[in-house]
Structures are given as C-alpha cells and as structure tokens.
Write a protein that binds this ligand. Structure first.
Ligand SMILES: CCCC/C=C/CC(=O)SCCNC(=O)CCNC(=O)[C@H](O)C(C)(C)COP(=O)(O)OP(=O)(O)OC[C@H]1O[C@@H](n2cnc3c(N)ncnc32)[C@H](O)[C@@H]1OP(=O)(O)O
Length: 292
C-alpha cells in the first residue's frame, strides 16, 4: 500500500512538474502582456496635501470612456480622503486635452455611445461640485472638452502665449450642451459666451486672459504649478464646510441642470450625434486632423 501511495504521489508531482514546465514554455512563447499604464496619475504632496492629477493619454489626452472613468474615480478618491485641493494638468508638453475623443462619437454602437456620455456627465459633475479647491494648470492646447474641464475648475493658469483654448464645437458642426454653456457663461459672462460659442472661437492664451477665460498666464509648467499651489493655499484657513456649501451655491445652476436633466441630456446627445449629417461632419473633421 505504501509503495502504491508513494508511486501515486510521485506521479502527481511529476504531472505538476510537467504542467508547470509546459506552462512556462507557453508563457515564454507568448508576447509579454502590455504594462498597464494609468491614464490619470495622482500624486499627493506630503506637505500641502494637494493632489496633482495628471491626464496621461498620449498623444493628445482625448477624453475617452476609460480616461473619464479613471478621472472620475480619482476625484471620488480625493473626496473620500478629504483632499486639501487638486491641480489638474497634463503629461504632454503641448496639449492639456484635445477634448472629447471623436472616435467615441463616430460610428459607435449606441450602448457604447451612451456609456461614454453618461461617464462624461458624472465625471464632470464630480469635478464641478468637488468640495475641495480645484485649479487647472493648462500646459498646452485646450479645445472643446479640454476647455470644459478647465472651466469646471475654480482657477485657470495657462502656459502662454502659444497655446489656445475655447469651446470650438460649432466649427465641427456640433452644439455645446447647456452645461458647457453655463460653465463658460459663469466665467466670461453672457455676451462673450455668445460671441465665443456661436463662432466656435479658439483663443490664444493672451486673448483668453483678456476676456477672463483664464485667470493668469505664465511662461512654463513649473510656474503654472507654483501659482496653482498658491491659489489653493489661500483656503487653508477657510472652514471647509462653509467653502464647500458656498461653492455649491454659486454653482447651483449647473449642478441642478445636470441632476435634473441627466436622462434628457443623454437623449439629446444621442439623437444629435447619431444623425447622418453629424456623423459625416465628424468623419470629415477626423480626416482633416489625420491629414495635418
Ligand atoms: C454632440 C454634442 C456635443 C459634443 C461635444 C463635444 C466636445 C468636444 O470635445 S469634441 C472634440 C473637439 N476637439 C477638437 O476639435 C480638437 C482636435 N484636435 C486638435 O485640434 C489638435 O489635435 C490639437 C491642437 C489638440 C493638438 O495638435 P497636435 O498637432 O499636437 O496633434 P495632432 O497631430 O493634431 O493629433 C495627434 C493625433 O491625435 C488625434 N486627435 C486629435 N484630437 C483628437 C480628438 N479630439 N479625438 C480623437 N483623436 C484626436 C489626431 O487625429 C492624430 O491622430 P493620428 O496620430 O492617428 O494622425
């Protein structure tokens, strides 16, 4: 009996050995899995407690569902940890964000299109109403959805003079939704918003400074980060609850719009973007981007 048992044990061990050798050989013959690179990096400064949230989707940080999901999760995490403040910036030297990823809206199945928009809505809302102070350190071009992210922060410092910013949707034949409009109007006022949106104008950093679309222009990213830190530091002595409730009150219109209209807003987006004319326009726009 003992011999049989020993042989059985040896057999099974042999089998395990053989299996693991062949598994290793199989692993060697396969391509190693691509490393998982986060689309959003979060670094919290030990001293100030301020988080630097860096968009990291080369080449242009176009906002697709995974990037928006990671950004939303990062903001939630900062809320849960009672963050002292957040600086939103980009890992690129020339682009803050190219706005919404047009590939998410072009020729996309309806369920994916809907997931994309609802992710944008919820990530935007969590950024716009965040309890902690937020600054956009705009270290590159910031059209459309990139401008929306910047406008949703409480302060905008931009590297200039060569980068541009604005809501250029009409130039693509699409319409900025009401919450984009509210964000811009609350920063630059009704008149300038009407002019900017109807023409789909992109402003150079000095032009943006002149109309108040950005609060400050600096000459490099290091200066932008220093100024962003300074903006957040001023809140150190303000009671956080009073600050948060005041921010919610000032931003009430945008917050209520989204809370009350999420489903309608989604429906309007779906109806608009799936129109053949709009799809054709997106196709042509993508082609011009690729031809550059
Ligand atoms: C319907 C309801 C409302 C919907 C609201 C929409 C709001 C939006 O955000 S729509 C998106 C609008 N965005 C833009 O108009 C920006 C387009 N991009 C640019 O102007 C430039 O790329 C840039 C100034 C941001 C950067 O210029 P740069 O010379 O550095 O890079 P490029 O060579 O132009 O681009 C590199 C690469 O990336 C592709 N790409 C650029 N932007 C987007 C984008 N928004 N979505 C998808 N892909 C984009 C571009 O085609 C290039 O791709 P290839 O490398 O494959 O050629």
């Amino acid at each position: 009996m003992a011999v049989v048992y020993r042989s059985w044990k040896a057999l099974t061990q042999n089998a395990i050995l053989t299996r693991s050798v062949s598994n290793s050989l199989r692993l060697y013959s396969q391509k190693p899995p691509a490393p998982v690179v986060p689309l959003v990096n979060v670094e919290v400064d030990d001293k100030s407690g301020v988080a630097v949230v860096t968009l990291n989707r080369p080449p242009v940080n176009s906002l697709n569902t995974p990037l928006l999901t990671e950004l939303g999760a990062a903001i939630k995490n900062l809320e849960d940890n009672k963050s002292r403040g957040m600086i939103l910036t980009s890992s690129s030297d020339t682009v803050f964000s190219a706005g919404l990823d047009i590939l998410e809206m072009y020729n996309t199945p309806k369920d994916q299109l809907s997931a994309f928009w609802t992710t944008l809505q919820s990530t935007w809302l969590s950024l716009y109403r965040s309890s902690f102070p937020t600054v956009a350190a705009i270290n590159g071009h910031s059209p459309a959805g990139g401008c929306l992210l910047a406008l949703s922060c409480e302060y905008r410092v931009m590297v200039g003079p060569k980068f541009s910013i604005g809501l250029n949707e009409t130039q693509l034949g699409i319409v900025a939704p009401p919450w984009f409009v509210i964000c811009m109007r609350d920063v630059i006022g009704h008149r300038q918003t009407e002019l900017a949106l109807t023409t789909g104008r992109l402003f150079s950093a000095p032009e943006a400074l002149k109309i108040g679309l950005i609060d400050s222009m600096v000459s490099n990213k290091a200066e932008a980060m220093a100024e962003a830190q300074k903006f957040i530091t001023q809140f150190a002595k303000i009671p956080p609850l009073a600050r948060k409730l005041t921010k919610e009150s000032v931003r009430g219109e945008g917050i209520r719009y989204m809370e009350d209209n999420m489903i309608d807003d989604l429906q309007i987006f779906m109806d608009l973007v799936t129109q053949p004319k709009i799809q054709k326009g997106l196709e042509m726009y993508l082609a011009t981007l690729k031809k550059k």
